[in-house]
Design a protein around this ligand. Structure first.
Ligand code: KG4
Length: 339
């Protein structure tokens, strides 16, 4: 009999539902929330309200596209955390109610592990390039920047992480001071293509071990703008592409330097990238370049699995299901949980 899992992701501002059958993805529906654009960042209360509006249509559509019915499902999975509490509560409560009504087991998934597990999503008829254990994963999103040693589907060790801002946060905050829309990462990526990455020298942090820091870079970017705007009020407008290219170049340099150190120290040459910032074209190019130059076996996810999505939750839940690793209906969501 097939193992069919319906998974829900609602940790931030994307409401998503996916259905997976025997490890193969059948559907992955994502409703993004445009309501935050006007505020330059995610407003938690608006996010949870939008999740409430989106969740039933999104689940309906994911089931419809999968071709399965509710009765065919083997389990219901949900993102337990980390994330925004109000957002997590919507997905968690829905998943619990659905599992109770159907009499099917419930599987909780750590959002960060989900991002790593995105590399194991398979679609029938599509070629897949699954990583072998152990491998290193650079997880870079709006809330996290971590180097993870992935020993198995469920055994993951965080080797280093940001001590302040995440890489995506640095992109978003620098975009905001340039007057660019939210989220700034994709806009910076686009504008950087027309700019000179060496135009401005920005601050690179000196942090020990495998940890990251992006707050100094953000401050040096802010001071550069402040000083140059005193001389030329049109500075940002005139040099926007160079500013974006220099910022992106510096973020990628910082990320790759620590990753190279981890690869060298651990002698593990199989390296993956995950999370929203893994959509960045310069970071993808740096991975490919490192693959060629240093013989790394690299794993870059499809664009649709980089940002928050339920397909990654479904595949993580599929492996937990096989271990009989279910959770109780009383399990609460957590805004801060580590791998
Ligand atoms: O993983 P994600 O969807 O959400 C969480 O933080 O969990 O990541 C969102 C982050 C945002 O900071 C966004 O600006 C960034 O990913 N991002 C990018 C790109 N696409 C998304 N950053 C740089 N370049 C991109 N192309």
């Amino acid at each position: 009999m097939s193992v069919n899992i319906l998974a829900i992701e609602s940790s931030c501002d994307d409401t998503s539902c996916a259905v997976i059958s025997d490890g193969f993805l059948l559907s992955n529906v994502i409703a993004s929330q445009k309501v935050h654009e006007a505020y330059g960042g995610v407003v938690p209360e608006l996010a949870s309200r939008a999740h409430q509006q989106n969740i039933i249509p999104v689940v309906h559509e994911a089931l419809r596209q999968s071709g399965l019915s509710k009765e065919d499902l083997s389990a219901i999975a949900f993102t337990r955390g980390p994330g925004l509490m109000g957002s997590l509560l919507v997905g968690t409560s829905f998943a619990k109610g659905f599992s109770l009504a159907l009499g099917k087991p419930l599987v909780d998934v750590n959002h960060l592990q989900g991002h790593v597990m995105a590399h194991f999503i398979q679609v029938k008829g599509e070629e897949s390039n699954l990583p072998n254990f152990p491998f290193l994963c650079l997880l870079v999103s709006g809330g996290n920047s971590q180097i993870i040693l992935v020993k198995s589907y469920k055994d993951m060790e965080v080797l280093g992480q940001t001590i302040d801002d995440a890489a995506g946060e640095a992109f978003d905050k620098c975009a905001k001071v340039m007057g660019l829309p939210y989220p700034g990462g994709p806009v910076i990526d686009r504008l950087a293509k027309e700019g000179n990455p060496k135009a401005f020298a920005l601050n690179k942090p000196q942090v020990p071990g495998y940890d990251y820091s992006f707050s100094g870079l953000k401050t040096s970017f802010l001071y550069l703008l402040r000083d140059e705007l005193k001389v030329n009020p049109n500075f940002v407008e005139e040099r926007k592409c160079d500013l974006c290219a220099s910022l992106q170049y510096t973020v990628v340099e910082i990320l790759m330097a620590k990753l190279r150190k981890a690869v060298k120290d651990l002698g593990i040459k199989e390296v993956a990238v995950a999370g929203g910032v893994s959509a960045n074209s310069a970071l993808r190019a740096a991975f490919e370049d490192h693959g060629r130059r240093y013989g790394w076996k690299i794993h870059i996810p499809k664009f649709s699995y980089t940002t928050d999505n339920a397909a990654m939750v479904a595949i993580a839940a599929y492996f937990k299901y096989q271990d009989g690793d279910f959770c109780d209906i009383s399990l609460p969501p957590f805004s801060r949980v580590t791998i």
